[in-house]
Design a protein around this ligand. Structure first.
Ligand code: SAM
Ligand code: DTB
Ligand code: SF4
Length: 333
């Protein structure tokens, strides 16, 4: 048997573009090799999302149902009570989830909300779950407070390439995003940073997006790859309905996951939003190409998700997370 071939991890756009251009089977094969060298290929982490503050957001992200610029009909609500959040987390834990991700539709948190946010972090951790928060831009002081509460991960996405960003969002810049990511890092919190494909970006933008992630001062520990969930009343959701924008091709989506895996070998790559409209086979290809986390449960933040029963059936069908199965896994981490 031949020893696995190793390829250096590329950090320039040309080499990353060349990876995307590989024959599909060769690209997935290389990604699977990288995956096996660093992770157990038969284990997929389950994370659960909760929208702790929904709607009424001042940002104009063209994909988002929660922006005040969208006409999605979503009713804005206030920050949830700590007890209600902890009850939802306990349910997620009982359903087998490992990480609990709390999302707020804020441009940035207000200092008056920070005490409740800290209580959510400590309470969810006490249940034995990993904690993740996504609250928008942070000051240094807010990042330190989250770290002090014991927050494990902060999600803050770059979303797309620096070149395409302005086509999707005008109320903040790529540099703003990078600044918050640096604050999170400096505070000692793990970063969860990824983006969305299928927003009308080109292959070159997907190259630029993954290049930006992989060349951060330190690669993100978690990399969510979302497929656009079209929401009526949002700029991008309406473009998809009126067909100037086509749904991302499944093969191109798997290629994106595979390149992310190759560029960030040790990170958790999460097959995030968009699974509801993906076949089991496409999801299986994503797992083969190195995705090793999903959002489970029947809701994401405001849109539907495949749900616990569907996920249990998928995992059983694919033999994932069956503790009895021995694999040729490398050490995780
Ligand atoms: N307000 C915070 C922020 O934007 O950083 C946190 C919540 S926001 C909803 C978290 C992420 O969800 C966004 O960065 C985006 O990548 C993703 N997202 C939002 N709407 C989406 C959609 N319709 N389809 C796919 N991903 C979406
Ligand atoms: C991420 O990258 N995907 C999650 C999480 N981070 C917070 C959010 C997906 C949201 C999908 C649209 C919705 O349900 O509103
Ligand atoms: Fe607000 Fe986040 Fe939605 Fe953008 S993605 S509109 S920042 S909730």
């Amino acid at each position: 048997m031949n020893a696995p071939t190793t390829f250096p991890t590329p950090t320039d756009r040309e080499t990353i573009a060349a990876l995307f251009d590989l024959p599909f089977t060769e690209l997935v094969f290389r990604a699977a090799e990288v995956h096996r060298a660093h992770h157990d290929p038969a284990r997929v982490q389950r994370a659960t999302l909760l929208s702790i503050k929904t709607g009424g957001c001042a940002e104009d992200c063209g994909y988002c149902s929660q922006s005040t610029f969208a006409e999605s009909g979503l009713k804005a609500s206030r920050l949830m009570d700590v007890d209600a959040v902890l009850a939802a987390a306990a349910e997620a834990k009982a359903a087998g989830s490992e990480r609990f991700c709390m999302g707020a539709a804020w441009r940035e948190p207000k200092d008056r909300d920070m005490a409740a946010i800290e209580a959510m972090v400590t309470g969810v951790k006490a249940l034995g779950l990993e904690t993740c928060m996504t609250l928008g831009m942070l000051t240094d002081e807010q990042a330190d407070r989250l770290a002090g509460a014991g927050l494990d991960y902060y999600n803050h996405n770059l979303d797309t390439s620096p070149e395409y960003y302005g086509e999707v969002i005008s109320t903040r810049t790529y540099a703003d995003r990078l600044e918050t990511l640096a604050r999170v890092r400096r505070a000692g919190i793990n970063t969860c940073c990824g983006g969305i494909v299928g927003m009308g970006e080109t292959r070159a933008d997907r190259v630029g997006f993954l290049h930006a992630l992989a060349t951060l001062p330190e690669p993100p520990e978690s990399v969510p790859i979302n497929a656009l969930v079209p929401v009526a009343g949002t700029v991008l959701g309406d473009m998809l309905a009126d067909t100037p924008l086509a749904k991302i091709d499944d093969i191109e989506f798997v290629r994106t996951v595979a390149v992310a895996r190759i560029l960030m070998p040790r990170s958790i790559v999460r097959l995030s939003a968009g699974r509801e409209s993906m076949s089991d086979m496409t999801q299986a290809l994503c797992f083969l190409a190195g995705a090793n986390s999903i959002f489970t449960g029947d809701r994401l933040l405001t849109t539907g998700n495949a749900g616990g029963d569907a996920d249990a059936a998928l995992f059983a069908r694919l033999g994932l997370n069956a503790d009895t199965i021995q694999t040729t896994a490398g050490a995780a981490g």
